[in-house]
Design a protein around this ligand. Sequence first.
Ligand code: ADP
Length: 377
Amino acid sequence: MKKSDLKTWILTLNAGSSSIKYSLFQYKGKLRVEEKGMVEKIGEESSYFEKSGGRKIKVKAQNHGQALGVILKDLLGKIDSPSSLYGVGHRVVHGGEKFKDSVIINSRVLKTIKKFSHLAPLHNPPAIVVISACMNLLKSVPQVAVFDTSFHQTIPERAFIYALPYKFYTRYRIRRYGFHGTSHRYVTIEAARRLGKDVSSLKLITCHLGNGCSITAVDKGKSVDTSMGFTPLEGLVMGTRCGDIDPAIIFYLAQRGYKLEEIEEILNRKSGLLGISGISNDMRIVEKKMRKGNTRAKIAYEVFVYRLAKYISAYLGILGGADAVVFTAGIGEHQRRVREDVKKILNPILRKCGTRILVIPTNEELMIAKEVLRLLK
Ligand code: ADP
């Protein structure tokens, strides 16, 4: 057997601020996930390694480099040698305006990703550490970066420019970037497959409703508008993020004595479902409490559903109708009541446009592995 025949493994890595998640795929004509796992609580005393279906094992992971070491050591038990890896796919949150597509990583690419760290300070730096470590430890294995922002690089200027002095765009690159692109792209392709149509003939509205929530208008397979903006704070109501608010609220709070960092923390971590309900960021709990008659849970739920319906109808408007509204991620896939209540509000317009509702489980890891295959072929 030729050595290249052995290169059937693809590894995907998703580095967050305090975790690394991985998936190991085998490619034999088709991609099949063989194993998933993660190292969590990196930098803390209590860091642990967990494979899906397995138990938590306490490990030493003071930093992302050590955490990657733990994962690779475990994987080598399965894949024999790093040389049997076909490629590694990295989730990178921010690719700025530079990366309109996934890319094979070299030192120049890595340098450019570093340049965008200030745009995603919690996410790009750990990804950079993990990519650099992989380039050192797995020298002969190609590394691919898949960006959350790249799917949205087709959004036209009229949708990505904020109505601020234009120099803020030219000088600081303040604009709508959009996020969750890998998920929106995956469900777009999957929706076309399910509808038995070519993606180029479809208008879709894809709703990624997890802890973070975003919605995208997709025309002929291309993102033409999305609800997250310069950061993932804009748009829909989320678990702990406020989404759209009047920016003047920030000045008002500052005048009331709140510090800027406090306001940032409140808008990102203490708002959304959690902020309104005062109970939880978890839609399952909010919905349950609402059913039991809790008033604040009901307000949180209704604000969430109303904002979502408002965005869907705006996107139906700019697309001139849609073939389908696609729901994905935790809430989108599992919270039937949210879909039904959105449908109740929008039924007349959905009927008029002949718009179907689809539920498609997202699979960002599979999308990343497919990108590795596409780029390295
Ligand atoms: P993340 O954005 O962190 O990947 P998820 O996609 O898992 O998060 O979404 C989390 C949200 O989805 C929570 O509000 C949770 O209530 C909801 N959710 C997740 N799983 C389920 C489920 N099986 N049934 C109902 N709701 C779920």
